[in-house]
Ligand binder design. Structure first.
Ligand code: GLC
Length: 707
């Protein structure tokens, strides 16, 4: 730092795209000239041993102090080996699986010359109209926090100095998932209470897990754009949580403060963001063009800039880039590590565990591999591109295994597998109805994809209409009329409105977008080689009119109820029941489970003393299966209103036929604390209910008292 002049310091705070824009194009620039001028501390949207080597070399040979650049990229669910979209992976509730997925993502990213990924996205979202719901871990802060930790650990490993570990980035700080009406880039209305209770916990967990970087969100929080929020970036992130890494703005989020109307111009935006503690500027040129003058004018202190530069340099040292700026750019490792067999096997494992069985009337599933003939229907069933969806890193979609390919690879040689396009959700017509009907005559069972096209989710993909499309419903009804058993494979990246499908289709699997090995994973479940174990990480509403709808509802002064004369009354809609189509935590298995007992080891405890809870679960079916045992609590009387249940523990356990296990949980002081009426986080005395079950709706319960 002592050796650096102010231009070199400001250069460290500037990130430029190597060419590909993942946001609105800003001012034109000569990248090589910028690098040679020492104005580039980091590049994004670059990858590959060759190009990373090339650009690093330019910096090493043309800058005075030879400070290495750091390379970042959005590797969100796999680099060359594509894993399920994060919302799909969250449905596995398998923290080891998600850590492994992140570990492999880091190995492949590092082999591609990357030092940093802009993941995990930890935004809590309760509005499926928002396309980026696919990037997160769903609606619940506790589940979201556990998953954030697992993903940060997977990406950063135990030692950033290893050349197969990369910096994680918890994003988007904070509240992007709460955009009003689910409309992309919109404003938010977030009370400090909602911020503390629901939005921040996954970020805090990521920071506690050692996340090296945090990304500012595009949105405003209580009227302040997140990149200029001193409360968020300095008071909470750096001071209260002791965050030692650095923040990166989202694409031009500093420049966009002019559009928000809180900055007169880019110079004022730079001043506000820097004084809020935002360290690095992604592609806004605001720091690059204005910080030096702002220091001269005394509007930004040199010490503030030094604080940001120090944080960034520290991470470059931690990555070992000062010893060897080229250590991640190694073509041999690219060849050896990318898309390897073990990585593909892991992708198949994680994908299988992400599938959720929503319905299985009369045990239609699993199918026998000896089934004589199958008709597969749907444009998506034969689409390679869709399987890895958006934010798909460096995947080569030609390598993705389609659903049709997975089914063909699974069944016996003698099984005939027919295929017809049927319908494509992006069109409003059925492409081959009579062919489909004719083919059903030759088939014993029909497997049909329904839902979205994979590019309908991700950034800039908010939809007001999130229903199963009419052409697919018409096709489904026509196929059901043939009387042949029909299995629906939902292919979607958000909760979808599907009440008619839920009512009429005998069997339904939620298959999300599962990545490179999608077809094999789906076939593993369809034909019983894997007993589905996924649980929904987000509520599926009956109709979009219920949004936002999530399990952690409050009792209110007039809860929905059925009066003595059978009238449904209280806090309700007149036209739709309050309950979701599928609740948070819901998912079936090819076997069944029963929750036989829940016990607290002592029925009262003192403030601050943990409470141990045991839950006895039995597999009451004929085949082995995994169950996600979920633990919820309710703090009965509180100084500020609380939900009637909040998730505070979960364990995924394997149970053999008729096997039972006693699962134990410990509820800690933190688990039993709330943000009280004065916004102090503390445990209040009184009665608690504790509940357990295989989803947030069907729970057994007991209680304990905190003295
Ligand atoms: C995008 C996204 C952010 C991403 C960044 C870089 O606009 O909001 O999640 O990491 O820009 O691509």
């Amino acid at each position: 730092m002592r050796l650096m002049n102010i231009d070199e310091k400001i250069g460290q705070l500037n990130q430029l795209s190597s060419g590909v824009a993942t946001g609105p194009e800003g001012e034109k620039y000569d990248l090589v000239k910028e690098i040679k001028g020492g104005h580039v501390g980091s590049l994004l949207n670059i990858y590959g041993a060759d190009s990373t080597y090339k650009y690093q070399k330019i910096a090493m040979e043309n800058t005075r102090l030879k400070i290495p650049m750091i390379f970042g990229y959005d590797v969100i669910h796999g680099a060359r080996t594509s894993f399920p979209i994060p919302l799909g992976e969250a449905a596995s509730w398998d923290l080891q699986a998600m850590e492994l997925s992140a570990r492999i993502t880091a190995i492949e990213s590092a082999a591609l010359g990357l030092h940093w990924t802009f993941a995990p996205m930890v935004d809590i979202c309760r509005d499926p109209r928002w396309g980026r719901i696919m990037e997160g871990a769903g609606e619940d802060p506790y589940l979201g926090a556990q998953i954030a930790k697992a993903r940060v650990k997977g990406l950063q490993g135990k030692d950033l100095a290893q050349n197969n570990t990369i910096l994680a980035c918890a994003k988007h700080f904070a509240g992007y998932g709460a955009v009003e009406a689910g409309r992309e880039y919109n404003t938010t209305t977030i009370s400090i209470r909602h911020l503390r209770e629901t939005i921040l916990p996954p970020f805090k967990a990521a920071v506690e897990a050692g996340a090296a970087t945090v990304m500012n969100a595009f949105n405003d929080v209580d009227g302040i754009p997140a990149s200029a929020s001193k409360f968020l970036v300095t008071d909470v992130l750096k001071k209260e949580w002791g965050f030692k890494g650095f923040t990166i703005s989202d694409w031009n989020s500093i420049g966009e403060m002019v559009s928000w109307g809180t900055s007169r111009d880019a110079a004022e935006a730079a001043q506000q963001a820097m004084n809020a503690g935002s360290d690095m500027d992604m592609c806004a040129f605001a720091y690059r063009n204005h910080l030096k003058q702002l220091v001269k004018e005394g509007k930004v202190l040199q010490s503030q800039i030094d604080e940001s530069v120090g944080r960034i340099l520290k991470m470059k040292f931690a990555l070992g880039l000062f010893e060897d700026p080229f250590r991640y750019s190694n073509a041999a490792r690219e060849k050896e590590l990318l898309f390897s067999k073990p990585h593909l096997e892991a992708a198949r494992e994680v994908a299988k565990k992400s599938i959720v069985l929503l319905k299985n009337e009369k045990q239609l599933l699993p199918l026998s591999k000896k089934v004589k003939s199958i008709l597969v229907v749907g444009e998506v069933a034969n689409s390679k591109w869709d399987m890895s969806s958006t934010w798909a890193g460096m995947v080569e979609t030609k390598d993705n295994v389609t659903i049709l390919e997975g089914i063909k690879a699974k069944v016996d040689k003698g099984t005939k597998v027919y295929y017809t396009q049927g319908a494509d959700p992006k069109d409003d017509k059925i492409l081959s109805l009579d062919t489909a009907i004719m083919l059903t005559k030759k088939c014993e069972v029909i497997i049909m994809t329904m839902g979205e096209r994979a590019w309908w989710v991700g950034e800039n993909n908010s939809f007001a209409n999130i229903e199963i499309r009419k052409n697919e419903l018409a096709l489904m009804n026509a196929l059901l009329k043939t009387g042949k058993p029909l299995i629906v494979l939902l292919t979607n990246g958000r909760p979808i409105i599907m009440s008619e499908v839920a009512e009429k289709a005998p069997a339904i699997l939620e298959t999300w977008w599962l990545g490179s090995m999608a077809g094999h994973a789906i076939a593993d479940v369809l034909f019983g080689d894997y007993n589905p174990s996924g649980k929904l990480p987000v509520t599926f509403p009956r109709t979009a009119g219920q949004i936002p709808l999530y399990y952690a509802q409050k009792n209110t002064g007039r809860p929905a109820m059925t009066t003595s004369d059978g009238k449904y009354d209280g806090g309700i809609y007149r036209d739709v029941v309050n309950t979701p189509l599928y609740p948070f935590g819901y998912g079936l298995s090819y076997t069944t489970f029963s929750y036989e007992e829940i016990k607290v080891l002592s029925d009262s405890t003192n403030i601050g003393t943990p409470i141990n809870v045991t839950v006895k679960v039995r597999n009451t079916g004929k085949i082995a299966g995994e169950e996600v045992v979920q633990l919820y609590i309710r703090d009965m009387v509180t100084s500020a209103t609380q939900p009637i249940k909040v998730l505070k523990g979960f364990k995924k356990v394997m149970l053999g036929p008729n096997e039972s296990k006693v699962i134990s949980f410990t509820l800690t002081l933190e688990d039993l604390s709330i943000w009280d009426k004065d916004m102090v986080f503390r445990q209040e005395p009184g009665e608690f209910k504790v509940m357990a079950g295989g989803n947030s709706d069907k729970l057994i319960m007991t209680s304990f008292y905190v003295k």
